[in-house]
Design a protein around this ligand. Structure first.
Ligand code: CA
Length: 416
């Protein structure tokens, strides 16, 4: 698909992508998309009547400050909006000659201030990577009991904290809390010394489900709007002391960073793939057909204050996940739990079969016993202040590349 806008070969945002986000235009949040190196202001396009033929025109979803309303309109509106935007920016489109008008709607992507694109009501974090659950299980319980007895029967999750989900580029303040060291008789209050990342992806609910009406696994993708990159920051020392018996609490509620662009399921369609073989066979409400997951390459980089270039520390892929998004949503709602437009569900740390696929410092350094050497000569067991952690994601097939952009966060010292 060719546009009159210049799009570099390895751009994350070709015409086939059309992600949705929110950026700051003269101090106002405006809904936008990205094409090549440009942010396209959909708020202004809508105010000039460019969506007036669409079935959702009366709703004016792009005049909102967040995407929730547009998400709630469902797949049909999303497909229609994408098609309209693609038509507008095709080669020889009538708007291609209107320099004055293009100056009003196009902004350099590089300089754009991106905002959290969604008012996130509820956030759930799954634990769906078999390799991650196994690695952590071996470290904490030994090889024999690595996977808990429930793990292969249901997608394990916990209810997370939506208020501290932040957009890429937001600094992270090192948290403090209760920490109990093995060689001390009692817990102490201290800043965390084991600040970690978790390489994850998240999906947003588009159309929700009513209380009491579970989403069936075969319809689950109809309820999903799109996906983002997620860094579920974790304080391992705080986690170790607090997590029994109800799971993580303060060790994960201080920040979760997401990438600013939501990539729609339509853009990801060409990258659908089979998931891992599931044995034992899932219960009926968890069965899915066809290719229920996506081939999405994931990379994690670290950049210390002394490094000029980010350094790759992990490479993984969304397709390694044992439980797919349809199964996660079907399981989440099987009790009748309702979901609402803009709710976010994260995958859990995405590790893979190889050592280089490990999606956390906990696993990469095997609890700090095998530190990572950085190009600036220093070593890391966990992160230092001044480290920047960057997650990137992209799909690639037959010359088509659909990118997610990045999720990054700089670690600052605690304010105590
Ligand atoms: Ca997590």
């Amino acid at each position: 698909m060719k546009s009159f806008l210049k799009i570099e070969k390895h751009s994350d945002f070709p015409m086939e992508n059309i992600p949705f986000g929110v950026f700051l235009n003269q101090d106002e949040p405006h809904i936008c998309t990205a094409i090549g190196e440009f942010v396209v202001d959909l708020n202004i396009l809508e105010s000039f009547g460019y969506f007036k033929d669409c079935s959702f025109a009366d709703e004016k979803p792009f005049s909102e400050a967040v995407l929730n309303k547009f998400m709630s309109l469902g797949k049909e509106a999303r497909v229609e909006a994408r098609k309209k935007i693609q038509e507008l920016f095709l080669e020889n489109s009538p708007i291609s000659g209107g320099k004055g008008f293009l100056d009003k709607i196009l902004f350099p992507l590089e300089k754009a201030t991106m905002l959290l694109p969604v008012a996130i009501g509820d956030y759930t974090d799954f634990y769906s990577s078999r390799e991650h659950a196994t690695n952590v299980g071996i470290m904490f319980r030994g090889k024999e009991n690595a996977l808990m007895p429930n793990w292969l029967h249901l997608p394990v999750a916990y209810h997370g904290r939506a208020s501290s989900i932040v957009v890429s580029g937001t600094d992270l303040i090192r948290p403090s809390g209760q920490i109990k060291n093995d060689d001390k008789p009692a817990p102490e209050f201290s800043k965390t010394n084991q600040l970690d990342f978790e390489l994850e992806m998240g999906f947003f609910i588009g159309t929700g489900n009513e209380l009491g009406k579970p989403v069936k696994s075969e319809n689950a993708f109809e309820h999903i709007f799109g996906m983002v990159l997620v860094n579920d920051w974790s304080a391992r020392d705080i986690q170790k002391w607090e997590y029994v018996p109800l799971g993580p609490f303060l060790s994960k509620n201080f920040a979760t960073t997401i990438s600013p662009w939501i990539i729609t399921l339509e853009a990801l369609e060409p990258f659908k793939v089979e998931g891992p073989k599931q044995e034992p066979e899932p219960m009926d409400y968890l069965k899915t057909q066809g290719n229920p997951t996506y081939d999405i390459n994931l990379e994690v980089y670290i950049k210390s204050g002394k490094m000029s270039e980010p350094y790759l520390i992990s490479k993984s892929n969304f397709k390694y996940l044992y439980w797919n998004m349809a199964q996660q949503l079907a399981h989440h709602t099987i009790t009748g739990c309702n979901t609402r437009p803009g709710d976010m569900m994260a995958s859990g740390t995405i590790s893979g079969p190889e050592k280089e696929n490990r999606g956390s410092m906990l696993e990469l350094t095997w609890r700090g016993t095998e530190p990572i050497k950085l190009p600036d000569g220093s070593e890391r067991k966990f992160f230092n202040d001044g480290d920047e952690v960057i997650i990137k994601g992209y799909c690639e097939k037959d010359g088509l590349r659909i990118g997610f952009g990045e999720s990054k966060g700089l670690i600052l010292p605690d304010g105590q």
